[in-house]
Design a protein around this ligand. Structure first.
Ligand code: NDP
Length: 600
């Protein structure tokens, strides 16, 4: 299907038709039900391969602040609370150490996709200089441990521990936390930072359990089998192996070049190609860092990045990468428009033009680098933000290797697994090892993903309170659930390409609110019902969530093409965008009035 006019310019209508046809081909009636949870349905594949689980006695004490989740959220909230003088802070974490996503994801080649300078939290506080513009996972994990050590967060932490129940005791005005290790302790305040993408999933393929070779999910990489290390030592165990990687999302894009390098043979099973733009990673130098790292630099860079993602007109682009490029292109289109065309529809049209241009370049890149039939099959036919944009300088190149084969399934995916291998396009491919790069659960109920429900005042369950959609004040506080903080993105700045920015910002609010409550001798704090409703009404005045259009190719952004239903319309951000939220909350915090919260 030609998508360009004879003069080489993009035929917008033809491109829309091509995008729609590619999407339709991939729609399935089972939607998100096509997946199975690793932890509940494949328990032997879900075991933590990185840290042995240590036996310990249950705890039954009291802490001022308990935080559920030991990823960036728990670490930055802990750091800010320690700075605010809260000394007994306990992190409860299901992994064997801090790091969250960076604890589990040790697959070869894992690295951040957002520039380290803004992605790695607390760089100023720790004095850490990232070694590369896009740091690799071991450095990020070490950074998590360093934060834990610097702020004394290891002292009270409970690892390999999952919360099973969280209930508010109105008489004593504290939370009772129960875990799968038999713990039952109390906390005056609780924070939840369980992460947006932490429940690993496998495709629900018939025969997974029949496979007689080795198989694992990317978040449980088995270096005992593959050899090598997360630091990049060659995986000598794969030298005589035929390996299948199932999936071509952001994880697979980082995995594939490494397996291609070390395995005897690699087969990559593709259902939907990712858009893979250039990465341009580079080492950061001490001279550069010393020049940049003036007091307050990281916040300034984070805010500049967010400003560049929107359609405002920031004076400079400090990070200057593939994420900010799209914003720049839209701005360029808007600048070129006559003022009378700068209507919301005009801006959406400019957005589409910028996107079409960008995606054409990305498709050309695949064809240029890989060439031939595979180069065509690796082209992504959808708008860039329909799926997670990817960036890599070695992924496409891997398909030019003799030992690496793309098995494109024309949008249909792998059919089944047999004792010997993988069946796709009606053909069985025998392999020694299957790597499932099949992602993480998204879009299920918050409490379902967290793994426990929360019982607030008067026995009200969070799952009931949110049955019609999330309700909160600033995304952080929920009426009827006192002294509880939800450190996540919705109803605040929403998803941004620099997720840790959401977390460090909420951490400042948590610390400010708790410090105020403690200084004033209050037992509890929660938003009033009116403040919560007003915040929700205000959010609904803005545009509907940008991600998740059902016109997009299926994926977790749009609930596998089916959309997210009525209650998900509350998965919103500030009407003025992420920067609008950060500015609002900054003023709200600074005022010291904590308007909307009730202290008692
Ligand atoms: P994704 O959900 O993005 O990708 C899963 C992949 O598995 C898709 O390519 C999917 O195809 C494929 N798949 C599923 N079922 C089948 C099947 N039956 N046959 C063939 N293929 C199948 O998961 P990822 O782990 O790649 O990424 C998840 C998220 O984690 C990212 O979007 C990103 O937000 C984050 N991430 C961040 C990184 C970073 O910042 N450095 C690195 C990696 C991940 P299809 O597309 O057709 O559904």
């Amino acid at each position: 299907m030609a998508t360009a006019h004879k003069d080489g310019t993009i035929d917008k209508e033809a491109l829309r038709r091509r995008y729609a046809a590619e999407r339709d081909k991939r729609l399935r009636t089972d939607g998100a039900a096509q997946y199975k949870r690793l932890e509940s349905e494949f328990t032997d594949l879900a075991v933590d391969p990185y840290t042995p689980r240590e036996e310990r006695d249950p705890v039954s004490d009291h802490v001022t602040f308990a935080f559920i989740g030991g990823g960036f959220a728990g670490l930055v909230v802990g750091a800010r609370l320690k700075e605010a003088g809260i000394t007994d802070y306990r992190i409860v974490e299901k992994g064997g150490d801090f790091g969250g996503t960076w604890y589990w994801n040790r697959y070869p080649g894992a690295q951040c996709d957002t520039a380290s300078m803004i992605y790695m939290p607390l760089l100023e506080e720790t004095g850490h200089m990232p070694s590369e513009k896009y740091a690799h996972a071991p450095e990020i994990r070490d950074h998590c441990s360093a934060i834990g050590r610097q702020y004394g967060l290891y002292d009270n932490a409970l690892f390999h521990t999952q919360v099973t129940d969280l209930a508010w005791d109105e008489t004593r005005r504290l939370w009772i936390v129960r875990t799968d290790r038999g713990d039952e302790f109390t906390a005056k305040y609780v924070g939840m930072g369980t992460g947006p993408l932490h429940v690993a999933k496998l495709p629900g393929l018939p025969g997974i359990e029949l496979f007689e070779g080795k198989s694992f999910h990317t978040s449980r990489w088995d270096y005992g089998y593959t050899g090598g290390t997360p630091e990049g030592e060659p995986m000598t165990g794969l030298a005589d192996k035929r390996v299948a990687v199932i999936g071509t999302g952001a994880t697979a894009v980082q995995v594939v070049p490494n397996v291609a390098r070390d395995a005897k043979e690699l087969l990559v099973f593709q259902r939907t190609p990712s858009s893979v733009d250039e990465r341009n990673n580079r080492p950061l130098t001490r001279d550069w860092f010393d020049e940049v790292a003036e007091p307050g630099w990281q916040k300034k860079w984070q805010e500049n990045f967010v400003a560049n993602l929107g359609i405002g007109f920031p004076a400079e682009d400090l990070v200057d990468d593939g994420w900010t490029d799209l914003g720049k292109r839209i701005r360029a289109q808007v600048i070129d428009m006559p003022p009378e065309q700068r209507t919301p529809e005009g801006i959406m049209a400019a957005f589409e033009d910028a996107d079409n241009q960008k995606m054409s370049e990305i498709r050309a890149r695949a064809e240029d680098i890989v060439g031939g039939e595979a180069g065509k099959k690796l082209q992504a036919w959808y708008r860039q933000l329909c799926k997670r944009p990817c960036f890599h300088d070695e992924y496409l190149q891997a398909f030019t290797r003799e030992n690496t084969q793309l098995v494109d399934t024309d949008g249909q995916g792998v059919e089944r697994i047999t004792a010997k291998g993988v069946v796709a396009n009606g053909q069985e491919y025998e392999v020694d090892c299957i790597v499932y790069a099949s992602g993480f659960e998204v879009g299920t109920d918050f409490t379902e993903r967290a793994g426990y429900d929360v019982t607030g005042r008067g026995g009200r369950l969070l799952s009931d309170y949110w049955a019609g959609g999330m309700r909160s004040f600033h995304g952080l506080h929920v009426h009827g659930f006192p002294n509880l903080f939800f450190v996540q993105q919705n109803q605040a700045a929403a998803f941004i390409a620099n997720y840790p920015h959401n977390l460090v910002d909420h951490a400042e609010t948590v610390a400010a609110v708790v410090a105020h409550a403690e200084a004033q001798g209050h037992a509890s704090v929660e938003p009033s019902a009116e403040a919560e409703q007003q915040w929700l009404d205000f959010l609904l005045t803005g545009p509907a969530a940008r991600l998740g259009s059902t016109e997009c190719t299926p994926g977790y952004y749009n609930n596998e093409g089916q959309g997210y239903g009525e209650q998900e319309r509350f998965a919103l951000g500030h009407p003025a965008g992420a920067l609008g939220f950060f500015n609002h909350i900054d003023q709200w915090r600074r005022s010291g009035a904590f308007e909307g919260l009730e202290f008692a």
